[in-house]
Design a protein around this ligand. Structure first.
Ligand code: PFF
Length: 479
């Protein structure tokens, strides 16, 4: 009875597509290619893959098991283990709340680019006369930034209001196959462009010289591990919450392998779409975060040009939009489930729609500075953190975390709350409750495979990597 009031997946496929949809998002399509472009190509890729196997899969299994075992979303799950762990549940809910503030802004910007190319297809000027300088203009246009943020948030809200089976599952099942098809079409189109080859070489040619000093190695390790967290959606409430809607007869271990593998394949495919496109059209791939916006728009508008450029450009941003929405609904679901579970625990009728709407209003409010600081370019409607601190981009103390509100929120979540939450969870699973994962996996009648491997990773590998990440984060914060 209670399970039905909370909601449940209609099928394992639905659960899988929703989980894969949550994992695949801007992290794959926006962050992975640009981080790879900046951090030495193959070297980054190699470390990333090792981290997925040693840390990502392990955390994901732990989170699925915790959710299904307790039958609660992130907030309630830790409290159900023991009162003293309640604060970890809070951390796991604060992260998606903060991430949504910038994720929905980026999603809104993607939507604006998508609309721009659609207008171009119909012969109108989609980029207000700015052509490929549009990124510079958009950042300072408060009306567009707030409007598209609001539209993206509203779409996210309506899907989550629809509930697990009727909202999230139905949407994911409909759009995930489309996502795969569009991606393949664009990859093939890019592959036949002259000059694309160089992009593949950058991705797949071993280049050990990237690690000429230990510092180089640690820098790449830090970037790759942050990326792994964000891209797999581990270290916050998502997989706990999604696992809690899964029935007992499904294999947790199989799902915990399929999701990271699918996510990694998608990240690689995204790289194979974006990096060769840059190579073919002479756009620099070490550009950083603007890669998805400024550089890719240049590829379609100036490089390919004409109708082909407009159509492929539209498809490209539409693909990114779908990927971003299936992630933002997962983020919002964690927040909604947190309160819905509390209402159920108190024996009240859950108010999913009202709870979701209230969260969306709060998220919009905290997203306002993110939308209005021109992503830290200075002199905008709202001052960026470094401006409030009286710094300039050249002064000492200017850093990645204070250069704009987006990076500030990102540092709190990806840099601190997520690794800290993952550290505590792995210690609980490895030392305090060492049989929880195994027992929960075996509930479905499947034998728990690789028990020694998981035990070793929960006890030692994951904590060690998390401590390293937190250490580098804190030193760069005070440095
Ligand atoms: N994994 C998503 C991406 O790669 O874009 C982002 C994300 C979604 C992060 C959900 C965290 C999360 F809980």
């Amino acid at each position: 009875m209670e399970v039905n009031k909370r909601g449940q997946w209609g099928s394992n496929l639905g659960f899988l597509l929703a989980s894969v949809g949550s994992a695949i998002g801007l992290g794959n399509l926006w962050a992975f290619p640009y981080k790879m472009g900046k951090s030495g190509g193959f070297a980054f890729l190699a470390i990333y893959l090792v981290l997925v196997v040693l840390v990502g899969i392990v955390l994901m299994l732990g989170e699925f098991a915790l959710g299904r075992h307790t039958g609660h979303g992130a907030g309630g799950a830790y409290a159900a283990l023991a009162k003293k762990y309640s604060f970890v549940g809070w951390m796991a809910v604060i992260s998606p709340f903060l991430i949504l503030a910038f994720y929905c802004l980026l999603g809104g910007m993607v939507l604006r680019y998508c609309l721009g190319f659609l207008m171009q297809i119909f012969g109108a000027d989609g980029f207000v006369g700015q052509g490929s300088d549009f990124f510079g203009w958009l950042r300072y246009d408060s009306t567009s930034m707030l409007l598209f943020l609001a539209i993206f948030l509203a779409i996210t809200m309506f899907i989550v209001m629809g509930g697990i089976k009727g909202g999230i599952e139905r949407f994911s099942k409909a759009v995930m196959p489309a996502l795969a098809v569009i991606l393949v079409v664009i990859i093939v189109f890019v592959a036949i462009q002259p000059g694309a080859k160089e992009g593949y070489a950058f991705m797949f040619k071993p280049n050990a010289e990237t690690f000429s000093t230990p510092k180089d190695f640690f820098d790449v390790l830090k970037t790759a591990s942050g990326q792994m967290f964000f891209s797999l959606s581990v270290g916050m409430g998502i997989n706990i919450t999604f696992g809690s809607y899964l029935s007992k007869d499904r294999s947790l271990q199989r799902n915990a392998v399929i999701v990271p593998v699918a996510d990694t394949v998608f990240a690689l495919l995204a790289g194979m779409m974006i990096l060769p496109a840059c190579a073919a059209f002479g756009v620099d791939y070490a550009q950083g975060p603007g890669l998805l916006f400024a550089s890719m728009q240049k590829v379609f508008l100036d490089g390919m040009g004409g109708m082909a450029g407009n159509v492929i450009g539209f498809l490209f941003y539409f693909l990114v939009f779908i990927a971003a929405i299936t992630s933002s609904i997962a983020l919002l679901e964690v927040c909604t489930a947190f309160i819905v579970d509390k209402q159920l625990d108190k024996g009240k009728e859950p108010k999913r729609r009202a709870v979701t709407a209230i969260f969306v209003v709060l998220i919009f409010i905290i997203a306002i500075p993110v939308a209005l600081d021109a992503l830290g370019s200075g002199g905008a409607a709202v001052k960026a953190p470094y401006e409030l601190m009286g710094l300039t981009p050249d002064s000492e103390g200017f850093a990645m975390w204070n250069d704009c509100w987006l990076d500030f929120y990102d540092m709190i979540t990806e840099g601190i709350l997520m690794p800290l939450g993952a550290l505590i969870m792995s210690l609980i699973m490895g030392w305090a409750l060492p049989n929880l994962v195994k027992n929960e996996c075996e509930e479905s009648g499947h034998k728990f495979k690789g028990a020694q491997y998981f035990k070793f990773c929960f006890r030692f590998v994951v904590p060690a990597v998390m401590i390293l990440v937190l250490y580098t984060q804190i030193t760069s914060f005070f440095g």
